[in-house]
Ligand binder design. Structure first.
Ligand SMILES: NC(=O)c1ccc[n+]([C@@H]2O[C@H](COP(=O)([O-])OP(=O)(O)OC[C@H]3O[C@@H](n4cnc5c(N)ncnc54)[C@H](O)[C@@H]3O)[C@@H](O)[C@H]2O)c1
Length: 350
């Protein structure tokens, strides 16, 4: 088993091990005095994995119930959270009980937010089952839901008490979501880990996925420990996201998956910064080649002017400026703010 310790305000462990799901209860029991545990999962993941997790929780003395919702980003709304609260109420969940998020990033974000807010906060455990959630969203304590006006606009910082990662679950993950997760993996290589990037170039990520998960989680742990509340360094995790979110907006959240949008955004931005001499020569081509290898896009059918304009409402913008993450080279990045008044000059658009 690999263990990563996260030293945030409330510290916790991330345990990475194959076939850990049937032992979930044994790892959770010592961390809580909870009588009841609610497993939160979606309509795809629950039929595959809920029974084994629930059995293990019951065997470790928890009274267990299951809350499921229709899989997909469209469920990540306050309406689902309200149904979750009602389930908690009807199952007599108290402040000392525990929520177990079993699923991808949508499940983790929602279960975490419900746990953060129900009775002003109860403990929760993350059991991420998608690649994206195993390498990224289950760590760091960002929880929340979408509004009609935009993604992740309502939420809370609420760290889990434990993260259990079982790479076996990736065997049932549909290909397109695997690819989506690899977009985030490549991001980690770009911003912090040249060795990971080079290994992704030379080998196939699937052949060393346990190491991939461990490396990504370790990078995220470091970044989150330095900036738990996302007021500084944590922004580097948004490499590719500023243009990526703009592309998602321009395609009305239907044309591109999140991973595809971020990949295209990263490639477009890096071509620009390399041309301007802000990024080491050759970096953009290397990034493009790696994205192509993993079937991720490197461009989008929009004018740069439209992409740049669509970044103005980005969550990381201040109104007057937009925050970008630029690569210095593979493995090194920095945060750069651009005044919206300077967009024309910076991006060479009219
Ligand atoms: N909190 C954070 O720090 C953070 C970071 C990045 C992304 N996110 C959020 O994560 C979400 C995206 O995460 P995601 O891609 O995991 O989405 P998701 O939870 O919708 O999972 C993707 C799909 O895969 C299915 N699935 C998951 N695991 C499976 C498995 N093992 N076998 C079969 N099917 C499986 C799900 O049912 C779903 O259909 C977004 O809402 C995004 O905002 C949060």
């Amino acid at each position: 088993m690999k263990t990563v310790k996260v030293k945030t305000g409330r510290p916790y462990d991330i345990l990475i091990q194959h076939n850990i799901l049937p032992q979930a209860g044994e790892y959770i029991r010592p961390l809580t005095k909870a009588i009841r545990a609610v497993v939160v999962s979606d309509s795809n993941v629950a039929p595959l994995y809920a029974e084994s997790v629930m059995k293990s929780l019951a065997a470790n003395g928890f009274e267990v119930s299951l809350f499921t919702f229709q899989a997909g980003e469209s469920a990540k709304r306050l309406a689902t959270i309200e149904k979750m609260y009602l389930h908690f109420f009807e199952h007599n969940i108290t402040r000392t009980d525990i929520v177990v998020a079993l699923g991808g990033g949508v499940t983790g974000d929602m279960a975490g937010f419900a746990a953060a807010s129900y009775l002003r906060g109860i403990d929760f455990v993350q059991i991420p089952t998608s690649l994206l959630s195993q390498v990224d969203s289950s760590v760091g304590g960002k929880t929340g839901v979408d509004l009609a006006s935009g993604k992740n606009l309502v939420g809370a910082f609420w760290q889990p008490v434990l993260v259990l990662i079982d790479p076996e679950t990736l065997h049932t993950l549909p290909e397109k979501f695997y690819t989506d997760g690899l977009g985030e993996v490549i991001k980690y290589g770009c911003i912090r880990d040249r060795c990971l990037f080079e290994r992704l170039e030379k080998e196939n990520a699937r052949d060393f996925i346990d190491d991939v998960i461990y490396e990504c989680v370790s990078i995220k742990r470091n970044v989150v420990e330095n900036d738990e509340r996302d007021t500084g360094e944590r922004a580097i995790l948004n490499f590719g996201h500023t243009f990526g979110h703009a592309l998602e907006k321009l395609t009305h959240y239907t044309g591109l998956t999140h991973g595809e949008a971020v990949s295209a955004g990263a490639a477009i931005l890096t071509r620009i910064t390399e041309k301007k001499g802000l990024t080491e020569q050759g970096t953009a081509r290397r990034l493009e080649k790696l994205l192509e290898k993993y079937h991720l896009p490197t461009d989008a059918a929009f004018e740069l002017a439209d992409i740049a304009a669509a970044t103005r409402g980005d969550k990381k913008s201040t109104g007057k400026s937009v925050q970008f993450v630029f690569l210095k080279n593979i493995g090194e990045c920095y945060i750069h703010k651009i005044d919206t008044a300077d967009f024309g000059e910076f991006f060479g658009i009219g």
